[in-house]
Design a protein around this ligand. Structure first.
Ligand code: MN3
Length: 242
């Protein structure tokens, strides 16, 4: 090792030594709070504008989604559960009854928002349904136009707070459904009408749209459908069919 290399090496060790307590502190914090964490949004807060404004994205992610994660960790504090939140909510019967509703609401909230962020992109940049996904939409949902119409109807027909979904049913076919609260199709037949693996979820809680759209849920749903990341939806479709 030359002197120059040694100097660089020692400098990098010094940086690692400084960084180490920060990493340790973060791990300790995570352990104290529980196993479930809030990842950052996969894009800047203004990336989905004009469909969803930056302020709504910020509050929705940093406050609402964060609260589901925090409350889920609180509910799971003395329990053992799968680290994967989708696996957790797919087996709610394994949760003691006293904690089950808290895990259903907050685990559902965490999983649903993870899906929601992932399937959005800048309006007009998300492509369109293609290939196997398009074939399934044509065969099972009557085509893209009818899917859009029915998904909009499911969004508007959901009284109060909840979600509208495109799911891959256990038989592999697509279906459109909606759920109240933070229920997910992953929760199975004891919780939802149409169980399955969601590949599209539209958040129709007022917190998702009220700042920009007020009572105009239909305008919000149309905007969200125009911000759909069809590549990610197709990836989720392929994974669900495996
Ligand atoms: Mn929400």
């Amino acid at each position: 090792m030359s002197d120059l290399d040694r100097r660089d090496f020692l400098a990098s060790v010094a940086v690692a030594a400084v960084a180490a307590p920060t990493v340790a502190a973060a791990v300790t914090q995570a352990a104290a709070d529980g196993p479930y964490t809030l990842p950052p949004l996969p894009y800047p807060e203004n990336a989905i504008e004009p469909a969803i404004d930056a302020r709504t994205m910020q509050i929705h992610h940093d406050k609402h989604h964060a609260a589901y994660v925090k409350n889920l960790n609180a509910a799971m504090r003395d329990l053992k559960g799968p680290a994967d939140v989708e696996a957790l909510i797919a087996d709610l019967d394994a949760i003691p009854e006293a904690k089950r509703m808290a895990v259903r609401n907050n685990g559902g909230g965490h999983a649903n928002h993870m899906l929601f962020w992932s399937i959005l992109t800048t309006p007009g940049q998300g492509g369109k349904p293609e290939g196997a996904l398009l074939a399934a939409i044509d065969a099972d949902l009557g085509g893209v136009e009818k899917m859009t119409k029915d998904l909009t109807a499911a969004s508007l027909g959901r009284f109060g707070s909840g979600w509208a979904w495109v799911v891959v049913k256990p038989d592999g076919k697509l279906a459109i459904t909606s759920t109240p609260n933070q229920d997910s199709p992953l929760m199975g037949p004891s919780c939802v009408e149409v169980p399955g693996t969601p590949i599209i979820g539209i958040d129709v809680w007022e917190h998702a749209y009220y700042l920009k759209y007020q009572n105009l849920r239909a305008d919000y749903v149309a905007a969200v459908l125009g911000a759909m990341n069809w590549g990610e939806v197709a990836r989720r479709y392929a994974a669900a069919r495996k």
